[in-house]
Design a protein around this ligand. Structure first.
Ligand code: PMV
Length: 363
């Protein structure tokens, strides 16, 4: 079984002066939710997500050798402009990963990042952002250690992304990604995400996710605080067991294509996540009235039409509407006719399942 120490490199065989890489990494949407963690983003329960295709972060990291190797040195640009308020997060990433990336103090880095989704849309960019950053550093490490295997590259990229922001480890590779040790998922680990190791039924090919932007405001509860609220939570232990059970069921469903059962697990997971927040101390309600209006409309539409559309939620008010590709026309019409009115400024984002990160440029 992989251990954190496996990601501490031996002495590098090559040296480097300067260079630059660009990676894109997608956002992901959890079907079984990660909520609750131990130290170093070790999850309290396993989770599984669909990788998205259109909501991405694209990050260029340029590096040049510096003389003094005592401190971290980097500039942070957002869409080409200096962005001081993003720096503390990046500095934390450097501090958490330096044992595994000992070259971090040897270079000055310029990190230029942008998202393909609107800023302050309420869509968290931490997963895609941390994954894109981790992949760039792995590309640099690969120059220092060209013998590295593709498997090690991806595992370590996911491992590093996890240290940046837990769910970011599910944004490296694969359409469906499992993170967290689960007895029935081969190769699963608390340290990094793995591609779902079984065949996925064609019903889930190109599965659609339309993200309804209900509330684009700042998150009321940061995910760090949210995870902490699971410590000593009265229902925590049962919830963690339930996540294992739901992942077992979803493992079968993803293989046999039973969308009716898929819907039950996915909606129950979303509501359980919010139930955990409502029953913690302090307690929070992150859904807005329009979130509930949308959920009720989806249930009514599904009942009346038998079209298998369902929802999931993040730790916020936005609604992810999930459905198979072959009902896209009907569902998009339904969204236009009945749901757009509940979105802030009528905004929504059409996305679908994608394959994971991509190397865009290598200089
Ligand atoms: O990766 P974090 O610490 O931002 O936590 C993400 C938590 C949820 O989005 C609510 C669930 C999940 O598994 O992605």
């Amino acid at each position: 079984m992989a251990k954190a120490a496996d990601f501490i490199p031996q002495k590098y065989s090559k040296t480097l002066e300067s260079g630059s890489f660009t990676w894109s990494a997608p956002s992901n949407i959890a079907l079984v939710k990660y909520w609750g963690k131990m130290e170093d983003q070790i999850p309290a329960n396993p989770s599984v997500s669909f990788t998205l295709n259109n909501c991405k972060t694209v990050t260029t990291v340029s590096f040049s050798k510096k003389e003094d190797g005592a401190e971290f040195s980097f500039d942070l640009l957002f869409e080409g402009q200096p962005k001081e308020d993003f720096k503390p997060k990046i500095l934390k990433f450097f501090e958490r990963t330096v044992d595994y990336l000992p070259f971090l103090k040897d270079f000055h880095f310029t990190i230029d990042t942008k998202n393909t989704f609107p800023h302050s849309s309420g869509i968290a960019s931490s997963a895609s952002g941390m994954a894109a950053l981790a992949l760039n550093f792995m590309s640099i490490e690969k120059l220092l250690n060209p013998e590295m295997t593709a498997e090690y590259f991806n595992q370590k990229a996911s491992f590093l992304a996890r240290l940046g922001s837990g769910s970011a480890c599910r944004s490296v590779k694969g359409k469906v990604v499992v993170w967290g040790k689960h007895a029935e998922i081969e190769g699963s680990s608390d340290l990094f995400g793995v591609e779902f190791p079984e065949n996925i039924h064609t019903h889930f090919d190109n599965y659609q996710d339309t993200i309804l932007l209900v509330d684009k405001g700042e998150k009321q509860v940061s995910s760090t605080i949210g995870h902490d609220l699971m410590n000593g939570h009265p229902f925590a232990e049962r919830r963690f067991e339930k996540a294992h059970e739901n992942l077992s069921k979803l493992k079968t469903i993803l293989q046999n294509g039973d969308i009716e059962e898929f819907i039950k697990i996915v909606e129950s997971e979303a509501l359980t996540l919010h139930a955990m927040m409502m029953t913690s101390l302090p307690y929070f309600i992150l859904m807005k009235p329009n979130t509930l209006e949308i959920i009720n409309k989806i249930w009514k539409f599904r009942n009346e039409t038998k079209i298998p559309v369902c929802f999931t939620l993040d730790a916020g008010a936005n609604v992810h509407v999930l459905y198979p590709e072959n009902v896209s026309v009907e569902v998009l019409q339904f969204i236009q006719d009945e749901l757009v009115g509940y979105c802030q400024n009528g905004q929504y984002i059409c996305d679908r399942v994608g394959d994971g990160s991509q190397l865009i440029m290598n200089n």
